[in-house]
Design a protein around this ligand. Structure first.
Ligand SMILES: NC(=O)c1ccc[n+]([C@@H]2O[C@H](COP(=O)([O-])OP(=O)(O)OC[C@H]3O[C@@H](n4cnc5c(N)ncnc54)[C@H](OP(=O)(O)O)[C@@H]3O)[C@@H](O)[C@H]2O)c1
Length: 213
């Protein structure tokens, strides 16, 4: 059965985005600099550069391999509306998923089909419904909870995450969007699967178990 996982970049003090972050075009200088610290390991990588049309070439080492493996294991992604809002303006026309994407939102909206295989479906009836719909289309592949923090937290608190990967950036943001604030610690215990580092980030992989398991 498909695994449910998330994979994010996080600062050492636990933030996945600067305060009031939307997208790179709308951000002030300080936010942009913090975002670059957070994602600084990913932007030079060839896989990401090609997928986001940032230009030819790029790094092809461990960090690149991790990005590519994460993409290849993903059959469908579930994201929160704030992440979608940033991407709607920031992602290229052929959004970087190339799979169905379910957006958790209160907004009622028709599916939005992009070139290259990404279709955004807007889900108004909660995280379990989105996961059920994701399982129907994931096939043999895994289901990524793409973020942001509010989306990930709800799945963690419902005991629905099997694995997580954190690319720990060597950065202290001081404040921002906290990944784990509000997580119900009684719902999750973590088991280390792998820890690898490059000169740019420390990649931590965990199996997530419910305390009851
Ligand atoms: N560092 C990384 O790797 C990484 C990865 C992903 C995202 N991010 C960042 O994370 C930030 C966004 O995270 P976030 O925690 O602020 O927001 P989010 O999880 O992306 O979205 C939250 C919004 O989604 C909708 N929503 C969530 N759960 C819902 C539910 N059960 N039912 C209906 N609607 C629901 C609500 O919007 P409505 O009420 O408006 O519909 C809610 O305000 C962005 O800045 C993004 O760039 C970082």
């Amino acid at each position: 059965m498909s695994k449910v996982f998330f994979s994010v970049s996080m600062s050492l003090d636990g933030f996945i985005a600067p305060d009031e972050w939307t997208d790179i075009g709308g951000a002030g200088e300080e936010s942009r600099s913090q975002w670059m610290q957070l994602q600084g390991w990913a932007f030079p990588q060839r896989f990401l550069r090609e997928n986001l049309h940032l230009g030819q070439g790029g790094e092809t080492g461990k960090d690149n391999e991790i990005l590519e493996q994460t993409f290849n294991r993903t059959g469908v992604t579930i994201i929160g509306k704030r992440m979608f809002d940033g991407g709607e303006t920031g992602w290229p026309e052929d959004a970087p998923f190339h799979t169905p994407v379910f957006v958790l939102t209160h907004q009622v909206r028709d599916p939005w089909e992009r070139p290259g295989g990404t279709t955004f479906y807007f889900v108004n009836d909660g995280i379990e419904s989105a996961l059920r719909q994701a399982r129907e289309v994931a096939g043999e592949k895994d289901i990524r909870i793409g973020g942001g923090a509010e989306a990930i937290r709800q799945y963690l608190n419902a005991g629905l995450i099997d694995e997580c990967s954190i690319a720990l950036a060597p950065a202290l943001l001081g404040s921002g969007v906290s990944l784990f604030a509000g997580v119900d610690h009684r719902q999750c215990s973590l088991e280390i699967q792998e820890a690898v580092h490059s000169p740019l980030a420390t990649h931590l992989n965990y199996a997530v178990r419910r305390q009851a398991d």
